[in-house]
Design a protein around this ligand. Structure first.
Ligand code: THU
Length: 128
């Protein structure tokens, strides 16, 4: 699975975004170690804090399908720069040890970083 294909999966899941409040559609796709890809979109709620980001939707789908070994995540939105995951999603990305974060926008800009760059000194289960 190339980064390009993971981005394409994220882009197609973005089409399903439920964003009646922000009108800001986000797509994500997670690559599991067994080769499966799980996509997600943001799902908003009239009670705003209940909104689920695209990245967390995709990760929750992967885990709930039995995929816990996760290698990479792509995220895409209509942003100027490649779309960066929010802080809450960074924490969830860290929880599952997803190493590669591929950020993209609709214009083809891509930036790939390691999760530890996005969330240095992450709080983890090892701290408990
Ligand atoms: N959003 C995501 O889906 N992922 C992020 O990492 C940043 C924010 C969504 C949440 C909300 O539906 C909309 O973008 C505006 O914040």
């Amino acid at each position: 699975m190339t980064d390009e294909r993971l981005i394409e999966a994220a882009r197609s899941y973005r089409e399903h975004a439920y964003v009646p409040y922000s009108h800001f559609a986000v797509g994500a796709a997670v690559l599991a170690a067994d080769g499966r890809v799980f996509g997600g979109c943001n799902v908003e709620n009239a009670s705003y804090p209940l909104t689920n980001c695209a990245e967390r939707t995709a990760i929750q789908k992967a885990v709930s399908e039995g995929a816990r070994e996760l290698c990479a995540i792509a995220v895409i939105a209509d942003t100027d720069a490649p779309c960066a995951p929010c802080g809450a999603c960074r924490q969830v990305i860290a929880e599952f040890g997803i190493e590669r974060v591929v950020m993209a926008n609709l214009n083809g800009a891509v930036r790939t970083v390691r999760a530890a760059e996005l969330l240095p000194f992450a709080f983890s289960g090892r701290d408990l």
